[in-house]
Design a protein around this ligand. Structure first.
Ligand SMILES: Cc1cc2nc3c(=O)[nH]c(=O)nc-3n(C[C@H](O)[C@H](O)[C@H](O)COP(=O)(O)O)c2cc1C
Length: 343
């Protein structure tokens, strides 16, 4: 048996999933305003891009984002180890290997979910990364792929990769069909199989297991934590992100008072001012804010004013404050209309 990992105790109960084109540095900055304790992931970055590409562009993040996990895609142990080392040198505090992405492009590169078919290769990758860095090396995977979709296949995968030193397994609780379903369909069509993840945890109580897939609220996350060590939320974190304003209190028991929408908007204006300029597209930052008022009074005014005011290259962060002003006016009007109606 391999010795206990020194990182086992570092698993955080809640994380926001890696999502390409979504969990970029601006999104993570916004999320960090909402929650100090939740683990945030980057988008998946190809190992080649890290080793050979424009590292500053790919890896830079704001110190105020705090500790984040870098998710890497690849299947070559030596290059993954190199990429992991670069990532840790850049300040990332966890390295995660993607064994869950079913896109054709990723399959053509022989990594992502297709690696579920090659547990020994994943083990070699994890072993190489483990030897290269001292931060946790974790794996995000599916329950299975194609015909390899029985619990025993996943258990075998986990056993082999665990022996190589993986510190945590994040299970997207559905299989992926590698041919015939698009990535989007692969996030919705195969049924969720939470029981397989619970069984994995029961059978391997000493191994950190995180569950992912279809979890939308902090109440649902808290319920999942009765069965597993951690919960990863993806799409529901984007739409709407305010769900996470309660996370530190609700999930981590912290005493922090949740940030208000107005405070958040002001902080994001200051943040946007650091990037603003004639060639900068403010929507890179504000697209994650469009649903800030979702479900409450002023939602439509906010969305419209923010979208209109921030479109185009070189828009000023002042547009965000203008949208806030328009929203507050709309809220006052709605309140006045309600009072008239009930009088
Ligand atoms: C737009 C988008 C991009 C995604 N990109 C990644 C990615 O880069 N790496 C990864 O492991 N999973 C990726 N996923 C999958 C999510 O991490 C997550 O496993 C999936 O959405 C299921 O969780 P949810 O039901 O909470 O959204 C992506 C999902 C979405 C919606």
């Amino acid at each position: 048996m391999r010795p206990e990992s020194p990182h086992r105790g570092t698993t955080r109960a809640l994380s926001v999933a890696p999502m390409i084109d979504r969990t970029d540095r601006h999104f993570r900055f916004l999320m960090r305003r909402l929650t100090q304790h939740t683990l945030l992931y980057t988008e998946m970055v190809n190992m080649n891009a890290i080793v050979r590409g424009d590292r500053g562009h790919i890896l830079d993040f704001d110190p105020e984002e705090g500790a984040n996990a870098l998710q890497i895609g690849g299947d070559a142990p030596t290059m993954l180890a190199e990429a992991a080392k670069i990532g840790v040198g850049w300040g990332y505090t966890e390295i995660n290997l993607n064994v869950g992405c079913p896109s054709n492009r990723v399959q053509a590169g022989c990594f992502g979910a297709v690696l579920m078919r090659r547990p020994e290769q994943v083990a070699r990758c994890v072993e190489a990364m483990r030897a290269a860095v001292t931060v946790p090396v974790t794996v995000k995977h599916r329950i299975g792929v194609d015909e390899l979709d029985h619990y025993d296949h996943m258990r075998h995968f986990v056993d082999v990769v665990l022996a190589a030193g993986a510190d945590r397994f994040t299970v997207h609780a559905r299989k992926a069909w590698l041919n015939g379903l698009s990535p989007k369909e692969n996030r919705n069509v195969p049924p969720l199989r939470y029981d397989d993840v619970y069984r994995l945890k029961r059978e391997l109580p000493h191994v950190a297991i995180e569950i992912n897939g279809g979890i939308k609220t902090l109440d649902q996350a808290a319920k999942q934590l009765e069965q597993v060590d951690a919960v990863m939320i993806g799409r529901a974190a984007v739409d709407p992100p305010m769900v996470f304003a309660q996370a530190d209190q609700r999930i981590f028991g912290a005493e922090r008072t949740p940030i208000t929408r107005v405070e958040l908007v002001h902080q994001m204006v200051d943040y946007a001012a650091r990037f603003a300029g004639p060639t900068f597209k403010l929507t890179h930052i504000t697209r994650d804010m469009l649903t800030l008022y979702a479900g409450i009074s002023g939602a439509r005014a906010w969305k419209r004013a923010l979208a209109e005011g921030t479109s185009g290259v070189g828009a000023s962060p002042q547009a965000i404050l203008n949208a806030l002003h328009a929203t507050e006016q709309a809220q006052e009007q709605q309140l006045a209309a309600q009072q008239t109606y009930t009088r």
